[in-house]
Design a protein around this ligand. Sequence first.
Ligand code: PMP
Ligand code: GLN
Length: 392
Amino acid sequence: MKSANVTLSGLGTTVFEVMSALAREHQSVNLGQGFPDDKGPEAVRRAAAEYLLNGHNQYPPMMGLPELRQAVAEHARRFQGLEVDWQTEVLVTSGATEALGDCLFGLIEPGDEVVLIEPLYDSYLPIVRRAGGIPRLVRLQPPEWRLPYEELAAAFNDRTKLILFNTPMNPCSKVFDRDELGFIADLCLKHDVYAVCDEVYEHIVFDHCRHLSIMNVPGMRDRTARIGSAGKSFSVTGWKVGYVTAAPDMLKAIAKTHQFMTFTTPPNLQWGAATGLRLGDDYFDSLSSEMQRKRDRLAAGLVQIGFDVLPSQGTYFVTTDFRPLGFNGTDDDFCRHITSEAGVTAVPVSAFYDDPAVAPRHFIRFCFCKNDSTLDAAIERLSKYFRRQGNV
Ligand code: PMP
Ligand code: GLN
């Protein structure tokens, strides 16, 4: 038998699936894979349910329902001051995951170099490689996760086709500031490079941080594809409704992939997402403030136990260093250990690196978009376990 495509078939199963399966096996409190306990706004779910019962449940337009594309454009104006033409500059996809695939397959030519920032979300590298791109990885260093300007500049050259990055950033919860985005933009302009920016956590930012899209940086309007996800903004991760905004020529190339990847996305869920994007500012404000409160609740408990908790400026994740607890092993060992022994699951941060051999092995990521009772149960279990151990 001939072998399947090795770039993908040679990979293991994604860390989120692996850790969630382990959590089910041990009936642990799952703070690994990122999905909220909250059901999402009722108006959004009702709109989708209503459409399912009474709407047109046949193929919607390939680019997405006009109502959702209009809502994406309005939302871009409201939150980023961007003027977007909904007819030529917005594409609806089956989740941000498809949007990322569409952008990478649509824009990369085999042999093109692609700059990526590590740690990175786990779907990026396999798709870049399958599209024939040559990854150039630039690593952020904890605990500040500042962008290393010199290394970033050195990663760009005339073969660079695009930079793919994520802000607010999973897993390290960093929000790129104006200075960093400006630096990236200068490099894109100097080397004639596209930016694909994964902004799925655009509405989950904390303290004084603000989400800024690189599409807004002078010169970047027509060379950026910006990606959002209804799953994240409306706490419905199972819906898999995403959207890409890009200038017409860029979007045309991206949509050519979409037409043969999924072609369309369930229309009732698109309708629900349109309702969500049109919710009042109070909804979006309370999403951030609720998540911030949950971050603080979980972080305070983890500090009490003895974890070193790193800052979290956005997303619904917090990274912690477990070394103060005296555990002798890798982040992977630690996550498996606390799942089976303490009944709490997290994910190892080294899973967000290309080569675990160069990744830090002492960080784990906890997800805090959970009910207070879930967070409290996790803290109680961990406290009890580590007290019993007198640390590990
Ligand atoms: N990008 C990042 C950074 C994510 O954390 C996720 C998580 N799901 C995605 C993309 C994928 O989003 P979706 O579920 O909309 O495909
Ligand atoms: N984005 C989610 C996380 O980082 C998981 C998505 C997935 O399971 N593929 O936890």
